[in-house]
Write a new protein. Structure first.
Length: 317
């Protein structure tokens, strides 16, 4: 873990918020907005609400992970990842926990508007997303410690985020009654679900890179991530499979869902994916994987922007 000397209070809070992870929260929302624009159901206020809510949940989850990992003893001096403020003594644990609570509370405030727009289905989406963030490293059975983190990232940072973003826009644009109790079938498309799988795949690669870097220290701390269970070889296989899935999705949209080839603009990000993959396939140390982790976040952001732009363009061609 990097030295914590001479880090200011402001810097410490920025470290705790982990802004480099925000692409994981923003990317699926951007894709959902692009899909809605392509299908003629773009609605600006729900789109902005979905983006702000997703980013708040991401930051709240970062605070939760910092706090609970320190509480469980997972962040040791041997860890090669980015500085953790609770374990490093930069911010008092009670303050990190209070920041976590406040950030989730703000997400709930934004969620009130989205619930008015989307009804009970959005209540389920919002509350389960916050609960998933809390229970990743917190609670009596932190699922991130038992190999389930990859699955939950794929679901919540992919399928749920993309389809949820699309849904709140579609119900607004289609004039579906607010405060609906059931899911409006016309407000979810197969294309949105497929796009969610692509976003979820790339979001999960961020966690895979993180867990490959921390494999040895996580094993010693008793944190049984999927990387600890699978080992280096099969974790790298997982990484490559997720990359392949992400880049297969635009092709499937063109072939099976009549989108314009413009959506294949996502393939312009493939060289960056190859660069990250070369590091992940050959290195295990933090000196190499910390920059690779940041580049994986950049890859997700670039993929999302190209995807959204391409799919929106396909709606007018």
């Amino acid at each position: 873990m990097p030295a914590t000397a001479e880090i200011s209070r402001t810097q410490a809070w920025l470290i705790a918020a982990r802004p480099q992870t925000l692409p994981a929260g923003a990317a699926p929302v951007i894709i959902g907005i692009g899909l809605a624009a392509a299908d003629g159901v773009f609605a600006p206020l729900p789109a902005v609400g979905a983006l702000v809510g997703a980013l708040l949940i991401q930051v709240g989850t970062n605070f939760a992970n910092d706090y609970y990992d320190a509480k469980h003893g997972a962040d040791t001096d041997e860890r090669e990842g980015f500085t953790r403020v609770t374990a490093g003594g930069l911010i008092q644990p009670r303050q990190v926990r209070a920041a976590m609570t406040a950030t989730y509370a703000l997400a709930l405030v934004v969620g009130v508007y989205l619930v008015y727009v989307g009804g009970v289905p959005i209540v389920v989406v919002g509350l389960s997303s916050i609960l998933a963030g809390l229970l990743y490293t917190g609670g009596p059975y932190p699922y991130g410690y038992y190999g389930l983190g990859d699955l939950f990232v794929f679901v919540y940072f992919g399928l749920v985020a993309v389809t949820g973003t699309y849904y709140v826009q579609a119900v607004t644009a289609l004039g579906i009654d607010p405060l609906s109790v059931s899911v409006a079938p016309d407000a979810i498309t197969a294309g949105a679900v497929l796009a969610g799988a692509g976003a979820g795949a790339l979001a999960t690669t961020i966690l895979v890179v993180n867990n490959i870097r921390d494999l040895e220290t996580d094993r010693e701390a008793g944190k049984r991530t999927l990387a600890v269970m699978l080992g280096y070889r099969f974790s790298r296989v997982e990484f490559c499979a997720l990359i392949a899935l992400a880049y297969a999705v635009p092709v499937a949209l063109v072939v099976g869902f009549d989108h314009s080839p413009a959506v294949l603009a996502t393939w312009l990000s493939a060289p960056l994916a190859a660069l990250v993959a070369r590091t992940v396939l050959t290195r295990t140390d933090g000196d190499a994987l910390n920059p690779a982790l940041e580049r994986t976040g950049q890859l997700l952001a670039l993929y999302a922007l190209l995807f959204a732009g391409g799919v929106a363009l396909s709606g007018v061609l």
